[in-house]
Design a protein around this ligand. Sequence first.
Ligand code: PLP
Length: 393
Amino acid sequence: MSTERPKSDQTVGVNTRLAHGPYDPRLQHGFVNPPVFHGSTVLFPDVATLRDRARQPFSYALSGTPTTKALEDALNELEGSAGTILLPSGLAAVTVPLLAFLSAGDHCLVVDSVYHPTRRFCDGTLTRMGVTVEYFDPHIGGGIAALMRPETKVVFIEAPGSHTFEIVDVAAVAEAARTGGAVTMMDNTWATPLLFRPLDHGVDLSIHALTKYPGGHSDVMMGSVSASREVWPQLRATQLQLGVNAAPDDTYLVLRGLKTMGVRLERHGRSALAVAEWLASRDEVAAVLHPALPDFPGNALWRRQFSGSSGLFGFVLKGGGKTGDAFLNALTLFGLGFSWGGHESLAVPSDLSDRTIAKGPDGGTLIRLQIGLEDVDDLCADLERGFAAARAA
Ligand SMILES: *Cc1c(COP(=O)(O)O)cnc(C)c1O
């Protein structure tokens, strides 16, 4: 009998790989799930091993435990990466790699439709450190070559863009960055590695808010950065220099979430597309911003690069801010709140006041929806309540 489990077998489907491993139950008394190691100290059998501790798989909990290793292994397999670090939030998974690859005097190119807290870090901490930050049009493609300077060290992309859902030509941007000597980082939270694998398109570092679909139940915050072989040593060294890793129970929750991520994501994606199509048919709606809709400007690029769509998209409700507020206040199933990727549907008004290029569509109030695991008919009935309130406003 082979001792090799299906875990590392890329010929089996991704759901099979999510369901099995990446750990071996026989090494944990047959229990199917990995134990949660709480710890700080790791003991060594003798002084020689303590001095030469890199030869031991674990030497101190800050650098990893069997629990964090199980999640890192699972993400490496999904991303096709050489190494993954875990961090206590998705935002930390954005800031740590930026700190790892930027120094005073460097230039950093960031897509204008980036997640707002990423921009806040760039305009705040990075700028204070002496890094010059420049924002670029998400539709720039290979044209980014014209923005590259000798001191450009990082190109940061996110696709689809936060709130406005622009699709970036990832391979074209990554190639121009590489030619110019810069590292490309991509916030891949929307797609998860199931719908897009950045490293296959020339990106060096793939970033995730594990808080979203991998966690999947609105009960945990965590982030990850998965790196190519070339940049892995510097990423890992920076994590250890800064002294940040993920907590054991949180790591376990994300490991558990991964088991069902495939089926959840399929449902989130299907329901979101159904709601988006329904919204597109409404007179009250000026535009639906969903990459899988054929008339969305990024649709062809999305189809070429992504293998599916997840549950987050936006739409423009005709009318001013008061109409939008009335719509949102009338919703009962959709909660008003940030974050996404959990089982429950959420709605937020989009604030694009930070944008300099990707200013979003005109024609009304932009609203972002996260479609949860509820029944689509119930969600549409809730949105119908919103439309009635908006008409009365
Ligand atoms: C939510 C989010 C993050 C940050 O994740 P947290 O775990 O909430 O810190 C980063 N990027 C994107 C695109 C997100 O939506």
